[in-house]
Design a protein around this ligand. Sequence first.
Ligand SMILES: [Zn+2]
Length: 329
Amino acid sequence: MAEKRVIPFDCIPVVASRTITINNQDYLLTNDAMYTFYERSKGEFSPFFLAIRDEKKILGCKCTKCGIVRIPPFLTTCPDCDFAPTELVEVGQVGKMLSTPPVTYFATSMFLDIAPYGRGRVILDGADTAMSVNLFTTTGILVPGLIKKGTEVKVIFRDERIGEVTDIFCVPTSELTPEQVAKKGLQQSEVNWEAAVEPKLPRATNKDVTAYKEALKEMQAIAAEINKNERCRKDIAGWKRDIQVKTTGGEFAIEINDGDFNIIDKQVKSPDFVMVCPDPKTLPDGLAYRGAITDSVIMKKLWISKNMEFTTIFKLDRMARSLARSKKE
Ligand SMILES: [Zn+2]
């Protein structure tokens, strides 16, 4: 894994300055920095985080008097039992959602690389209180309603663990094999993330084929503009993706290659991911800035086969915005 910085590089401003005018007087503003780094102790929560990191276990604290099990184990004494001591116990790694988790699509820079994700509270087997977790799906993009209140979920441990609560997340047990559900300490790399089931498209009519051809033409025209636009090229600099797009009237490929953006009428042998959108206008509308592609995903008009590729969708929208802005100037 690439070394991750406490402050993401993207958040560090470039050396630059700008002029602002107040009451007809020009003032110069210069980017500068003030920073402090510190180490934070997990204190008496340490066993909980160490158990996640080193043993792939979830710990709770059990009151020695009333027996209530709380997770995370944030109490060393029970407030309900006159401060009777609690003891650390291991809880199960399967549980039920206490409520329907909202889905975060537009995360802060800290969580951008994991969006979209659900955020909810799960009651694990053997625990009496709920724990906050991030939720994902292996079936493609995470859309609202896929995980609901009462959905049974399983804790998955990231392969690279650093002793943070984000070392774990949950997926619905219905997406796993019985062996995986039963296995303790199931890791991310043991789960099949490539098994997304593509939505079925209706049989194409002549009208659909015509609409597809028109959409393809429009997109190719936009792609030509994008390739000539420095701002757009910068938006996809360093990014490389071969995407297969399936619409009712036909398929095409999007090739993103370090600033180059091409729409090609062909099949990709092994695409990085697949997009399915019955209406071929969805993408040209997005690229022409007539509506965000991210919105189409959230509204379930556009399906993508890999959750983490929402980042790519994000980049497409940013490029569309750059192009629209350049045209205005
Ligand atoms: Zn108690």
